[in-house]
Design a binder for this molecule. Structure first.
Ligand code: DAH
Length: 336
């Protein structure tokens, strides 16, 4: 039988299949290991070389046509209501070809938070959380930021008016608020990190967004000194960015730490150059903060630090515009 006849015959039979048994018989006759298509394949060997190519191509298309006709017949029968003969194996994986399979992945900011919390977890920190909708006490007052401090300017914060003169709420502008939340409810020793969203009405550009993520760190115990802080930051930087980075502290000011510093990480590049990059703020917890949450500053000391997650993710992956992180263009996101 030549291939055209074989196909014509198969198509005719396909159109009259009406039970699972007939479909199975069709499969054995055409597609089975001793079926007509196998016989047709075997003929390839005995053909003269100059005919092999054309025959092979034709054979493939006939095979495909018969197979898809068979699949369609199976589906048709499978979906006809009340057909008791077709069993569906619900444990069978879906028919998905790999190229169409998009399982998705965690967002790069989420991945970065996971990596950082995992790393600090290994350094003995637990994870703490606080609300994004905060009050001024936790976001400012208890952190030693007094009423008329410029950081509290309405132009620099998202305040939410409340009815009848009640104190406003705000979207927290820093995860430092979680320091207070934790110290109100936990007595030292405390060793936590607090990842989360913060909000500031900044004009959006390549390095600013009105919402971004920070990770706050807080350690309070007896005999905690600046050496513990420096060691912690240095170990974190080396573990996260690689053993060849260096860290340095620059004196700075934050209301809730004294002394305060900003810390930089130095990256070395293949061409021999290097660059210091600012990563975050830190310092020794101000005794006023401890007093506010009724912890004795004569007995306990502590350190705190705050990191910008987007900045770290961008640095680590060479991303130059923060907006890419929030536009949710899948072509960008799926690279990570
Ligand atoms: N909250 C500061 C900010 O958002 C960052 C910061 C600085 C956090 C020093 C700290 C710290 O815990 O000790 O700019």
């Amino acid at each position: 039988m030549n291939l055209d006849e074989l196909l014509a015959q198969a198509q005719q039979e396909l159109s009259s299949l009406s039970s699972a048994d007939q479909i199975e018989a069709f499969r054995i006759k055409y597609l089975g290991s001793k079926g007509l298509l196998k016989v047709a394949s075997d003929q390839l060997k005995s053909l003269p070389n100059d005919q092999k190519r054309a025959y092979g191509a034709k054979l493939n298309s006939v095979k495909q046509a018969v197979q898809s006709g068979y699949d369609a017949a199976k589906d048709r029968l499978g979906s006809s209501a009340g057909s008791a003969e077709v069993l569906v194996d619900i444990t069978e994986p879906g028919r998905i070809t790999f190229g169409d399979y998009h399982p998705g992945s965690l967002h790069i900011v989420h991945q970065t938070i996971d990596a950082l919390t995992e790393l600090f977890g290994r350094m003995g920190f637990s994870i703490a959380q606080g609300p994004e909708l905060e009050d001024e006490f936790h976001n400012f007052e208890a952190l030693n930021v007094p009423r008329h401090h410029p950081a509290r300017d309405p132009l620099d914060n998202f305040y939410l008016q409340r009815p009848s003169g009640a104190a406003p709420f705000m979207l927290r502008s820093q995860t430092s608020s979680v320091q207070i939340r934790v110290l109100e409810t936990h007595k030292p020793p405390v060793r936590i990190i607090a990842p989360g969203r913060v909000y500031r009405p900044d004009t959006v550009d390549a390095t600013h967004s009105f919402m971004f993520h920070q990770i706050e760190g807080l350690v309070v115990d007896e005999d905690i000194t600046m050496v513990d802080l420096k060691t912690c930051i240095d170990q974190f930087a080396k573990a996260f960015f690689g053993a060849d980075v260096e860290t340095r502290f620059r004196p700075s000011f934050f209301p809730f730490t004294e002394p305060s510093a900003e810390f930089d990480v130095r990256f070395h590049y293949a061409d021999g150059s290097s660059k210091w990059v600012e990563l975050g703020g830190c310092g020794m917890v101000d005794p006023n903060v401890l007093e506010t949450v009724k912890i004795d500053p004569e007995k306990y000391t502590g350190f705190a630090f705050g990191l910008g997650v987007e900045r770290i993710a961008m640095r680590k992956h060479g991303i130059e515009d923060i907006r890419l992180l929030f536009e949710n263009d899948v072509r960008f996101l799926k690279q990570f």
